[in-house]
Design a protein around this ligand. Structure first.
Ligand SMILES: C[C@@H](C(=O)O)C(=O)SCCNC(=O)CCNC(=O)[C@H](O)C(C)(C)COP(=O)(O)OP(=O)(O)OC[C@H]1O[C@@H](n2cnc3c(N)ncnc32)[C@H](O)[C@@H]1OP(=O)(O)O
Ligand SMILES: [Co+2]
Length: 134
């Protein structure tokens, strides 16, 4: 069901510093910061030859990453995003297997303009999973 690794997301306490570090110290292809108000985050995408890194910073008071950053003040890996062909079919299969789909269960439009859903980290070895329909 899952296909390519679309991105690995890292929650960071200082978005400008993290973006500059990836650009200047690691020599990566770093994009501009973009606000994602529907998701409560500001993101910076870093394009690697085989996948992307998503730097995440909270946007607004109800950001879903506030708790994670409170527990991990230095930052940390927040989620993995896997590509799927059909996100509704994937959701229904996963639910039937007992996995918890977060939020309303209806896909939202993600940072790439494509539908996304999240799966509870406690159901997947402590790793929050994002699914993106490509
Ligand atoms: C723009 C878009 C895109 O790429 O297109 C994005 O990525 S938006 C990316 C941001 N959006 C999202 O993450 C949306 C989905 N996320 C959520 O709904 C939430 O963040 C939850 C995953 C439900 C966690 O919420 P919250 O931290 O408030 O809950 P909580 O404190 O009760 O946490 C429940 C347990 O899960 C753990 N926990 C929390 N966040 C975690 C994470 N990212 N990875 C692994 N474990 C995690 C907590 O430590 C806790 O474990 P213990 O009980 O053992 O201490
Ligand atoms: Co993401």
């Amino acid at each position: 069901m899952i296909g390519r690794l679309n991105h690995v997301a890292i929650a960071v306490p200082d978005l400008d510093a993290a973006a500059a570090q990836y650009e200047n110290t690691l020599g990566a292809d770093v994009g501009p910061a973009q606000d994602e108000p529907d998701h409560g985050v500001t993101v910076v995408f870093i394009t690697l030859p085989n996948t992307k890194i998503e730097l995440l910073y909270p946007l607004g008071e109800d950001s879903p990453i506030n708790g994670f950053l409170a527990k991990n003040p230095a930052g940390g890996i927040h989620h993995m995003c896997y590509e799927v062909d059909d996100i509704i079919a994937a959701r229904d299969t996963l639910r039937a297997e007992g996995a918890r789909v977060l939020g309303t269960g209806e896909p939202k439009i993600g940072a790439h303009g494509k539908p996304v859903l999240f799966l509870h980290p406690k159901d997947f070895n402590g790793c929050l999973i994002e699914l993106e329909e490509v």
